[in-house]
Design a protein around this ligand. Structure first.
Ligand code: NAP
Length: 284
């Protein structure tokens, strides 16, 4: 039961009502027998500095941070973990001895979702559709785990090129328009194809990122960061063409598992977190 000793964590975002994180974390705290509670914390963009000061003053164990605060929160943190420095964005804050330390668990969360499905990264070639914030965490995770080449396609060639140039190992990252010849050529050699756009996300499930399906490497694994629906149109089409597919639920649960351990110091009950999310989304 929630009482005077209950440790509080939550989600700073605007809006937060749609988030699955409270459901996943509260079920995990219960399963692990921990006296913690996870709450939604809607914070307007202009109030993020006060919100973070409040999180520290109120003795929260930490918070998750989501859109639109992932980058804006950086100046108000006392220190950054290497993951947050690499990605340039924070999705998890740990408060310890009055100091707020920023992490990015999306980066390792995505990598762990591949490894959990037995998909190797080292020496492989990846293709990304989309060059936004989540794509940045994905590329950092892939580079950190020895990916050989990343080709990023987006609707805006200049944005994709700037994105590709912004990484430390940028010789391994190329950005282009997803309609141009070099992207189609890269598709034929891609081992992992990842949708990092919101195209196909509920409630616009009929949308899909454009792809020359005839040019795809038949052995490529397909991933989608979208977790609602569990199987996007993009993944459904890939599966029908015989590809192994990995949905965004894996990244969501794996990043939550990392945050859970950062806050509590104990291993996360990952399997039940997967199950809780599937039940909440009505897919189990
Ligand atoms: P973002 O920063 O807004 O980036 C979105 C990317 O998709 C940009 O490259 C954007 O291009 C492109 N895009 C958006 N709408 C498009 C359209 N109609 N046509 C073509 N391209 C379009 O978003 P994000 O934070 O990276 O999130 C991307 C997706 O990942 C979302 O569906 C989000 O829910 C999901 N996500 C999942 C997890 C997880 O744990 N599974 C974690 C984070 C994010 P422009 O720059 O040209 O607009």
């Amino acid at each position: 039961m929630i009482g005077a000793k209950t440790r509080v964590v939550g989600l700073l975002g605007w809006p937060v009502e749609h988030s699955m994180s409270p459901v996943i974390h509260n079920a995990a705290f219960k399963a692990a027998g921990l006296d913690y509670v996870y709450v939604g914390l809607p914070v307007r963009p202009e109030d993020i500095d006060q919100a973070l000061a409040g999180v520290k003053a109120l003795g929260f164990s930490g918070v998750n941070v989501t859109v639109p605060h992932k980058v804006k929160v950086l100046p108000y943190l006392d220190a950054l973990d290497r993951s947050a420095e690499l990605v340039g964005a924070v999705n998890t804050v740990v408060v310890a001895e009055g100091r707020a330390i920023g992490y990015n668990s999306d980066m390792a969360g995505f990598v762990n979702s591949l490894l959990a499905e037995g998909v190797a990264i080292e020496g492989k070639r990846a293709i990304l559709l989309g060059a936004g914030g989540a794509a940045r965490a994905v590329v950092c995770g892939l580079l950190d785990n020895g990916i050989r080449q990343v080709t990023v396609g987006s609707r805006d060639k200049a944005k994709a090129a700037d994105f590709a140039a912004s990484f430390d190992r940028n010789e391994a990252v190329t950005g282009c328009n997803w309609g141009e010849g070099s992207f189609v050529e890269a598709l034929g050699m891609g081992d992992i194809v990842i949708n990092c756009t919101p195209l196909g996300m509920y409630p616009r499930e009929d949308e899909q990122p454009p792809l020359d399906w005839a040019a795809v490497n038949p052995r490529a694994v397909f991933c989608d960061l979208i977790y609602n629906p569990a199987a996007s149109g993009f993944l459904t089409r890939a599966r029908a063409a015989g590809h192994k597919t990995i949905g965004g639920a894996g990244m969501l649960v794996e990043q939550a598992a990392i945050a859970f351990t950062l806050w509590t110091g104990v291993p996360a009950p990952r399997e039940m977190m997967y199950q809780t999310l599937a039940e909440a989304l009505g897919t189990k």
